[in-house]
Design a protein around this ligand. Structure first.
Ligand code: NAD
Length: 257
């Protein structure tokens, strides 16, 4: 098992990438602190882990709120004794997010508060705990849209993920000598609720699919496997990267017919 004896905190663990990663990490021996604002989904994730013989705790935590982020880290340490892995994964894609001309300020603020400030707050309270544990791994979920301009406009989302990527690099450099690795996971378009709600017609889905060399949307479970690599000692010399898992989308100029 790759994460034996480790404690992993995962935000956005009620669904999608967060849930799949929680299940995989627990399967690999980690104790999991599953954080979300969706209490039902979060509790379900914990039940799934426990039914599989693993160990997990759900903590209600809105990542845009400092007190919630402080509490989730405190709970990880009080329940499981330490924190070794921090997966800042929670994020939203607001259906009103569009181009700069029409997107309302409240959509910008909400998106930034969850997607970008949420990662900052996770690190603000998580890093002292990782230091107390003697080091660890932080994974921040960015996106391929931090690397490429998208034809389907989502100005706030794209800007928030660009911020996650640059913040990740700086965190990696600053904390490297403290035995803390920090990497950004950049998923391509996935068949999760988040994107399928945003691409809410077959026409919009097809428009995105034509850009993916692999010819299909990715799966949350495929992101969980990448997160496992970054979390584990297999990635002991990997820090500051933009870890792209995107079916080839960022490599393509023209995709095959
Ligand atoms: P998802 O909607 O299935 O899961 C996101 C989870 O975050 C949900 O459980 C939701 O309740 C939770 N969440 C929302 N706001 C929160 C808050 N304020 N505090 C705590 N939790 C909150 O989506 P997903 O596809 O699994 O997305 C996970 C991450 O991956 C996000 O950061 C997303 O931007 C990123 N991502 C997704 C795709 C994609 O195509 N789905 C592509 C690239 C990046």
């Amino acid at each position: 098992m790759k994460l034996s004896g480790k404690v992993a905190l995962i935000t956005g663990a009620a669904s999608g990438i967060g849930r799949e990663t929680a299940l995989l990490f627990a399967n690999e021996g980690a104790s999991v602190v599953a954080c979300d604002i969706d209490d039902r989904g979060g509790a379900e994730t914990v039940t799934m882990i426990e039914q599989d013989g693993g160990s997990a705790l759900y903590v209600h935590s809105d990542v845009s709120k400092a007190k919630d982020c402080r509490r989730m880290v405190e709970q990880a340490e009080s329940e499981f004794g330490a924190l070794h892995i921090l997966f800042n994964n929670a994020g939203i894609m607001d259906s009103r997010d569009d181009n700069a001309e029409v997107t309302e300020e409240d959509v910008w603020d909400l998106t930034m508060n969850i997607n970008l400030k949420g990662v900052f707050l996770g690190c603000k309270y998580g890093i002292p705990a990782l230091k107390r544990a003697g080091g660890g791994s932080i994974i921040n979920t960015a996106s391929f849209v931090a690397l490429l301009g998208a034809a389907t406009p989502q100005i706030a989302y794209t800007a928030s993920k660009g911020g996650v990527l640059s913040m990740t690099r700086e965190l990696a450099v600053i904390h490297a000598r403290e035995n803390i690795r920090v990497n950004a996971l950049c998923p391509g378009p996935l068949r999760t609720e988040l994107l399928m709600k945003f691409l809410d017609s077959e026409e919009k889905r097809q428009r995105r699919l034509i850009h993916i060399p692999a010819g299909r949307f990715g799966e949350a479970a495929e992101m969980a496997k990448a997160a496992l690599f970054l979390a584990s000692d297999d990635a002991s010399y990997v820090t500051g990267t933009e870890f792209v898992v995107d079916g080839g989308i960022t490599a393509a100029y023209v995709t095959p017919e």
